[in-house]
Design a binder for this molecule. Structure first.
Ligand code: ADP
Ligand code: MG
Length: 332
């Protein structure tokens, strides 16, 4: 609970009155802010410039070119983030309103998402009903479709922390404690399912284009869409880069349906191994009441071979997404 007095003051950002901190990362802070010109609230992402770790500072001292290179790379990265955000215009993507900088900071003025992170919502609610999950994931998928198909952009950092609710969602909360796969299942587990559809949830938006990339079409030097004279390895690479978003989409869908992620281990090494082998299960009893259709969809997303993994169009055409009856293919 920060009061206005404890908010930092940034030179060059006088137009905005910072109200509260909404998020922080390694190099950035995000604030809710009041725009004194438009008299509306916005989000301001303040990114510290020239964040060098000590070894880099030391090397820069030995050779100034090293520091210059770091500055240039950082600058190029933030400008890329800006360029990508400008090119992606969609109701399910956080819009960039303006960009400016001072000696020490970059300022990204963003459309405000009042409802907080999907991540926090999962922690509070434990998990979503299938209808609510569908309502959320379809919007994320529509944003991905626009990025992949219309803009040639891959996000590369799709996760519940980067998926935001536009307004505070009205979801009946049962105040159920968060579960973990190792917890003992409760007798009345089934009764805690919040049985609501899309009502009161509103818009969901993807944020954080810091790791995003434009896939360039080598023949026309325009963002990819047509393939033309592009070499197979580049075409393949482009497919793979889109497919990383689809894997992540599968992880998010899995997580919102059951309340825990598909891949988890205390040991980073074991976790890495599980991911590499695509080793996950629909853990009983949590997955028992979830439809075969949802499981089928997830299995086509959490598919180790990126060539076999669903594309965004295949995702959007799946019966679970379209809320149509599911007829599993008979096993050969
Ligand atoms: P980072 O690169 O540090 O992860 P993000 O852009 O993801 O930066 O922002 C960090 C956090 O700030 C987000 O996870 C979210 O909680 C909050 N945030 C970011 N953008 C907005 C926004 N437009 N509206 C509300 N909160 C936001
Ligand atoms: Mg983030």
């Amino acid at each position: 609970n920060l009061s206005k007095n404890t908010m930092p003051v940034y030179r060059g950002l006088e137009r905005f009155q910072l109200l509260e901190k909404m998020g922080d990362g390694a190099f950035s802070n995000v604030y809710r802010a009041y725009d004194t010109v438009t008299e509306e609230q916005v989000a301001v992402k303040v990114v510290r410039k020239f964040e060098l770790d000590q070894s880099e500072v030391n090397r820069a001292h030995l050779h100034p070119a090293l520091k210059k290179k770091t500055k240039a790379t950082e600058r190029a990265n933030i400008l890329k983030e800006i360029q990508i955000m400008r090119s992606v215009k969609h109701q399910n993507v956080v819009q960039l309103i303006s960009f400016s900088e001072s000696d020490e900071y970059y300022f990204l003025v963003l459309e405000l998402c009042n409802g907080g992170e999907l991540f926090h919502r999962i922690v509070r609610m434990t998990y979503f009903s299938e209808d609510l999950s569908r309502h959320v994931i379809k919007q994320v998928a529509e944003a991905i479709r626009h990025m992949h198909e219309d803009c040639g952009v891959v996000h590369r950092d799709i996760k519940p922390e980067n998926i935001l609710f536009d307004s505070i969602p009205i979801i009946p909360s049962k105040n159920q404690p968060q579960r973990h796969p190792d917890d003992e299942p409760k007798e009345d587990e089934g009764e805690f399912r919040p049985d609501v559809g899309g009502g009161g949830i509103g818009l969901v938006k993807i944020a954080d284009f810091g790791l995003s990339k434009i896939i360039w079409d080598q023949s026309t030097m325009t963002p990819c869409g047509t393939v033309g004279y592009t070499a197979p390895e580049i075409v393949r690479d482009q497919r793979y880069s889109k497919s990383v978003d689809m894997w992540a989409l599968g992880c998010v869908l899995y997580t919102i349906l059951c309340g825990f992620p598909p891949f988890y281990d205390e040991s980073i090494q074991l976790l890495t191994e599980k991911v590499a082998r695509g080793y996950y299960t629909f853990l009983s009893p949590w997955w028992d009441p979830i439809s075969a259709s949802a499981k089928d969809l997830i299995s086509h997303l959490l598919c180790v071979d990126p060539n076999k993994r669903y594309t965004i169009d295949e995702f959007l055409n799946h019966p679970w997404v379209k809320n149509e009856p599911f007829h599993p293919l008979p096993k050969q």
